[in-house]
Design a protein around this ligand. Structure first.
Ligand code: SF4
Length: 884
């Protein structure tokens, strides 16, 4: 072994520890860190495939200006001079940074310092705005600080876990696995899932409340009323440690006076609501987990406070196994909050509206100015770019052209912007297309710093690979630009130097007044920093803090927590006769954000190789939609073309489209262009869960697919989706017009010339079917299958042939029919990504070997025995086959 480094996974907010090893042949492997308290050795499918995403394909390796490679000096001077010119002419609020939860804390700290303390604007916002800013607002209103009260251990110590708007099985898989184990070990643990969709997380649920989209605040208001009616107010805690409970209760009673009223509003059976309320009321140790289903709402902050109200009212906070618990989406969403990387925050959890805090930060930074009002939040920021008010923007480690609501508008705004700087690891994303200046950033495995996970645990992300090309750390880019703008205070030699300054600020004139305090880490030497073990803030007397508010003291002026009066409200433009269905968006199991990294791992592309719309069977038939065909999803803001998946998990009237597909991976598969840009008035978080849409059949003249060893320039197709497989690229395609000559069209894309002798084809004019195969020697080079409908051969057997250097006679004979030879099978869509076990293989084994449990499947096929992410799907298969 050449090297083994402890680091953390760069994907979700669970923040799993990873052991990355490089052997003597430079082969990299990853495994879960058994010592890391977030995961104790577990990894999900995405984390387990990290080593497969490290290739330099598509990486941005040199700085560019207007598409031309330049020196770092030229690129940094262009950025510094460009920003300086705009500020001189139009003032500091005419420039902005748009950052990311992918940045390390050190990167974020310096970007925030430069913008707020030296440029003098608070126009730094981040993609974390799209993820959990409603939680920030909810925490600040209730606790006087953005404090997460709980820790992961509370999930295991609880007797009731309520997952609201959280499909943890797919979005926080290792925490879900911890819950699965907790339930196995503790038969008393009850789990309730509150979600319009029947998600994979329902696999372990004792109760699923499939409420109407957006009705969560009503459900929790009703719970508050119920707790009051049943004498579950914790008198001592409420009177000594809280304020506002009467007002909160009055508001709740006005709308949620009875279980019946709540059930009607939420579209739930009365008995289910009553049972949930009984369960909550009779269980002392309750953890209410919530995530994007709550946060991503134009009333997200109110929903958060409706949940927190119930915990404060019943005193279920600040003790083991209880509390409201926001699971953050991104690896460093929390770190961004700690440094003030949101437009309405200051550094170290201080308040931008508080002049004492502004003075304190300015003194610590010895900075020439200090932003004195909040900056533009994400959606407003891109509106301001569109309006010409913001003329220069630096986008760091994110892809807003894909991820923001009304994404076509974001595209148009960047098109107009005078100066767009993008720092990224990838050369070609939907956003880098608009860059005037491109700055190559270090990626996971190359960069060095800290991140904070959902339970306030700071972990070191460590480098184990050399910097590729001329890529540099984000904190270095920011400090170099700052110096070139003439600012002092940016003379940092390492990430550790930045970290200790950040740690020092957290303790500066603090004396326990502010929650975020890691001042004890400000004396770390480089060696100490390199060896820093995961630790939960605040760090007091050399120790981290697992749980907050154990003393019943909060960070409000009075020291008391606040209950808030909440009146549920629907989003603006939530319904429309023209758009009768409600669009919900979210993640799939094996992809991360806009797929720039996860799509490099072949096995992660196999579970969901195409963008899709999930729809209830009755809605599908009303709209003439057929399983496996294509559909056009339209809203007032844009449209997408995606594959139809009819699902009994989907509520009537609601549809689901995943967030991941950009124009790099599908022609029109993005959900961003569809999403209603309405935001929460307090948190600025957009409404990603409730956009009115219309779903209609998209009826191309032909459907097809194409597998090829090399990436292709497609011609004559109106729909495509691309996924990288093991040794090949897969393109699902469709066209509105059939080519006049199929052979000429196919050869034009796949062959070196029109007379390529390696091309074998079959054309059935009457049936309108075309097939072509290109062999190079005994190796399959590409294959193409076209039909007038979706009746096309399965892909898995053909895909497997790309792993072979020489096809045997039988395989070659079967190529045009795409039928596996006798004794072989098409394994089907991959269900278990860890061991590449396909659907058909699992179904055959269940039937042939009479498997009755997921353990049986694991023993027979290994499926589900590693990360466990596919276990809910395995159980679903067992259920559906047993009912046949
Ligand atoms: Fe990474 Fe998966 Fe852990 Fe999230 S749960 S940090 S994606 S390994």
């Amino acid at each position: 072994m050449k090297k083994c480094v402890k680091t953390v996974c760069p994907y979700c907010g669970v923040g799993c520890g990873v052991d990355a090893s490089i052997d003597s042949d430079d082969v990299i492997t990853v495994a879960g860190d058994v010592e890391h308290p977030a995961n104790y050795g577990r990894l999900c499918s995405k984390g387990a495939a990290l080593a497969e995403t490290l290739g330099l394909d598509g990486r941005l390796l040199k700085p560019e200006i207007a598409g031309q490679t330049v020196s770092w000096d030229d690129a940094l001077s262009r950025v510094a001079n460009g920003f300086r010119d705009v500020i001189d002419k139009h003032g500091p609020d005419a420039v902005a940074f748009y950052a990311s939860g992918q940045l390390l804390t050190e990167d974020y700290y310096l970007a925030n310092k430069l913008m707020k303390g030296f440029i003098g604007s608070a126009n730094i916002d981040t993609n974390s705005r799209l993820c959990m800013s409603s939680s920030v607002s909810g925490h600040q209103r209730a606790f006087g600080s953005d404090t997460v009260p709980c820790c992961y251990e509370d999930l295991e110590r609880a007797k009731l876990v309520v997952l609201t708007g959280s499909n943890a099985a797919w979005c926080h898989p290792v925490l879900y696995q911890r819950l699965v184990s907790a339930k196995e070990e503790n038969g008393d643990l009850q789990i309730v899932v509150v979600d319009p969709r029947k998600t994979a997380s329902c696999d372990i649920a004792d109760m699923h409340l499939s409420l109407k989209p957006g009705s969560d605040a009503m459900l929790f208001n009703g719970l508050l009323v119920y707790l009051d009616q049943k004498g579950e107010r914790n008198e001592q805690f409420v009177s000594r440690c809280t304020e506002g409970h009467q007002e909160a209760l009055t508001a709740a009673k006005e709308c949620a006076a009875s279980v019946e009223v709540v059930a009607d509003y939420c579209g739930l059976p009365v008995a289910d609501v009553a049972e949930f309320y009984r369960l909550f009321a009779r269980t002392e140790r309750v953890v209410s987990v919530y995530s994007q289903g709550i946060n991503q709402s134009s009333s997200g902050a109110d929903k958060v406070n409706a949940i927190i109200n119930c915990h404060l009212f019943s005193g279920r906070i600040g003790r083991p196994g209880m509390g409201p618990f926001s699971f953050t989406g991104q690896p460093n969403a929390m770190g961004g909050r700690e440094v003030g990387g949101l437009a309405n925050m200051l550094a170290a959890h201080m308040d931008i509206d508080n002049s004492d805090h502004r003075n304190l930060v300015q003194t610590y930074w010895n900075s020439p100015v200090m932003a004195d009002h909040p900056g533009l939040k994400a959606v407003d920021l891109f509106n301001a770019i569109d309006a010409g008010d913001v003329k220069a923007v630096w986008i760091m480690a994110t892809n807003p052209v894909v991820s923001l609501p009304d994404a076509n508008h974001v595209r148009a705004a960047l098109e107009k912007c005078d100066l767009v700087v993008v720092s990224d690891i990838m050369a070609k994303t939907d956003t880098t297309e608009f860059a005037d200046v491109l700055l190559p950033a270090l990626g996971w495995g190359e960069k060095d710093g800290t991140v904070t996970n959902s339970e306030r645990r700071i972990s070191r992300q460590r480098a184990f690979l050399p910097a590729p090309g001329e890529a540099k750390a984000d904190w270095w880019m920011v400090s170099e630009v700052a110096k070139r703008m003439g600012f002092s205070g940016f003379e940092f030699a390492s990430a550790r130097d930045v970290f200790v300054e950040h740690a020092g600020l957290s303790g500066f004139e603090n004396s326990g007044q502010r929650d975020f305090d890691i001042a004890e880490l400000s004396i770390l030497s480089q060696d100490d920093y390199d060896c820093l073990a995961p630790v939960q803030w605040p760090v007091i007397d050399g120790k981290g803090t697992a749980r907050m508010f154990m003393d019943g003291k909060f960070f409000t002026a009075s020291g008391k927590a606040r209950l808030l009066p909440i009146t549920p409200r629907a989003p603006k433009n939530a319904t429309s006769d023209d758009y009768p269905l409600t669009l919900n968006s979210g993640r799939v199991r094996d992809q991360w954000h806009t797929m720039t990294r996860t799509a490099k791992a072949a096995r992660l592309n196999e579970h969901s190789p195409e963008p899709y719309v999930e729809i209830h069977s009755l809605d599908a038939s009303e709209n003439c939609l057929v399983e496996g065909a294509l559909a056009k999803v339209s809203s007032r803001w844009g449209k997408s073309i995606v594959r139809v998946r009819i699902s009994k998990e989907q509520q009537r009237g609601s549809v689901f489209v995943p967030i991941h597909w950009s124009r790099q991976f599908a022609s029109q598969g993005g959900v961003g262009p569809l999403v209603n840009p309405v935001v929460d008035p307090l948190s600025g978080q957009p409404e990603f869960k409730q956009t009115p849409v219309l779903v209609t059949a998209y009826e191309p003249a032909w459907y097809g697919f194409l597998l090829s060893r090399r990436a292709l320039q497609l011609k004559g197709v109106t729909y495509w989706a691309r996924a990288e497989g093991d040794g090949f690229y897969r393109y699902e395609i469709a066209g509105e017009q059939a080519p006049e000559d199929w052979a000429a069209w196919a050869r034009g894309m796949l062959c070196e010339s029109n007379n390529d002798v390696n091309w074998v084809e079959y054309l059935d004019v009457a049936e309108r079917r075309y097939r072509g195969i290109r062999m190079l020697g005994e190796r399959l080079e590409s294959c193409l299958f076209i039909a007038p409908d979706t009746q096309l051969p399965a892909r898995s057997w053909l895909a497997g042939l790309f792993k072979q250097e020489a096809l045997n006679k039988q395989a070659r004979a079967n190529l045009l029919t795409a039928a596996p030879p006798q004794g072989e099978e098409d394994t089907g869509r991959i269900v278990c990504a860890c061991f590449s076990v396909g659907l058909n293989t699992i179904v055959s084994a269940i039937k042939a070997q009479r498997l009755v449990s997921t353990d049986d499947i694991g023993k027979a096929l290994k499926a589900g025995t590693n990360c466990g992410s596919c276990v809910p799907e395995l159980r679903g298969l067992l259920d559906s086959l047993s009912s046949l």
